[in-house]
Design a protein around this ligand. Sequence first.
Ligand code: PLP
Length: 400
Amino acid sequence: MIPRRRLPLAWSDLRVLGSRTKDPAGTIAAFEDAIAAYLGRRHVMAVASGRDALGLILDALGLGRGDEIIVPAYTLAELLPLLQRRGLVCVPADIDPLTFNVTAASIVPRIGPRTRAILVLHQAGAPCDISPIVALAHRHGLPLIEDCAHAAGARVRCGDETKAVGSFGHAAFFSLEANKAISAFGGGLVVTDDDALARRIRTMIAGRPRRRWPVARKYLLRCIEEIAVRSPLYGPTARFLFAPQRAAAFEARYRRAHEGIRVPGAFTDLQARWALPRLERLDRRNALLNGLAREICAGLPKDFVPQQRDRHGDPAFYQLLVRVPGDVVALRHAAHRHGIDLAIRSEILDDCASLLGYRDCPVTAEVFRDTLAIPCWEGMGHRTVTRLLDGLDTAWRTCR
Ligand SMILES: *Cc1c(COP(=O)(O)O)cnc(C)c1O
């Protein structure tokens, strides 16, 4: 089975686990400085997760009960309770059918007298058309928060230049989860140029315990999961767990299990040492995966429509998303029989508009219904790509 994803594991990660850091605080600060330099931003704070980073930004902005926040309709459902717990009212903005990103035009009708912030996502590494959104937020005096969980290393075209994703909003956050581009096996980043906001966040995280064991445990569990994904048992297991009658329940349980190993407390030196080499090769990684994605897209069945990723700049790589004019449940089932593991529906992201009770985000509903995530990972050789394309083609022909 060609798995849907592969986490890059390295022996050097294991060596980090077994060694001591001479100056833990200095190691973490050096990592934060390296990110700040890479993005061209003043302040970077490494925290427990991407979600933790978002929560800290909201709290530091003083957002709370009754305030409305505009959110992407197509994003991770776990972000909603994070906002709702703070009494915020989430108002979804629909996405563009080609880029899967929110646009200034989809945000405008959602701005009302109680709107207090705008959250945008650079979907699957594709930079959104951020300049008109920045202008819009500015006109209304609203803070703009960029969700860069998928987009570390992406750059937005601004005239003749490009500017890093994460340098546009009042604040931005990144995820350092194991399946994201800069893995620290869990962790997140807050970035901002606002001195007062940064100071408030530093104060909020100052008293947190720095515990290495939960981080080490999470690393080991991720390694075990990865070894399972790479083993010959993965094929039959995936076929069983992702069978149409079981997939939704399994996905929900899998997400809950991962909630259970989330790391509380402060960012540790271990995480900084895992993440730093990944930051150093981030551009190479993105170039490699974007090239591979282009190669795969060129060979897909003619009626598959890949997400348009480079319309507003140079994308980072997170997932290869493709819309198909047909039943993705049947297609995934058929693809399994041909040795290909695809992700669909909430295994990719969620229709948050519908979860929030909104029925007026038709593009999100369609993209959620019709999109596949196709395997595309580092180390995927030409023979695997050929096998993938042949298998997809055959599966598609049997079920359309
Ligand atoms: C991964 C992700 C986050 C943050 O995730 P954490 O697991 O909390 O680090 C935020 N938004 C989106 C869209 C994501 O995919």
